[in-house]
Design a protein around this ligand. Sequence first.
Ligand code: ACO
Length: 191
Amino acid sequence: MEFPFDINTLFSERVSILDQTLVAGRKSAGRPDLQAHIATVIDELGRASAKAQQLTAPITSASKLQSQRHQLYLLKDAESNGGRGVVVGFLKVGYKKLFLLDLQGVHIETEPLCVLDFYIAENLQRHGYGQELFDFMLQHKNLEPVLMAYDRPSPKFLSFLAKHYCLTRSVPQVNNFVVFEGFFLNRSAAQ
Ligand code: ACO
């Protein structure tokens, strides 16, 4: 994903972590011009993700990120676009209070880290970038994928979770979230 400004100026790291402040590292702090460009990138990514998932409206935008306590991991490729860099994709996570059914069908109240949105640019999918981004987030959060909940995962994302993390046995829920069997087995260890 290319933009009419230098991606490497905006995002110094290969993976940037963005939150409510829309600041990516020290460079963009106190720089409304750079923060406006960051907002443009997030809005564009949110629209592309919604289109890829055939959603009627984006679930990720700069204004949403500013008003919610979510974290967005953004992956860039610094060398592409004549050294100006391209945005490869993003992964958005956040804690949600959820009522989930355990393996016995008993309601439990929990507040796991959830994957809320995930997108890799169309031409770069199936090149391992999604796994790179996901693994970065897991390491940053020091978390196992089985302990997370997944908000309305797409077929591609379910295939991704099965392939890379052997997550196949989901536990039926009455909401849009998907969790896998180990979520309940490892629950006491996670708390
Ligand atoms: N069809 C089926 N499975 C796919 C596809 C596809 N077109 N693309 C990726 N996958 C899955 C497969 O398991 C694939 O393995 P395979 O090629 O051996 O079949 C695996 O992902 C590849 O892993 P990566 O290359 O690391 O994944 P990628 O960089 O493609 O990122 C992602 C995965 C984010 C799901 C990407 O395909 C994408 O952006 N898809 C469109 C948007 C989307 O569906 N996002 C998830 C929304 S749901 C949510 O966020 C809670």
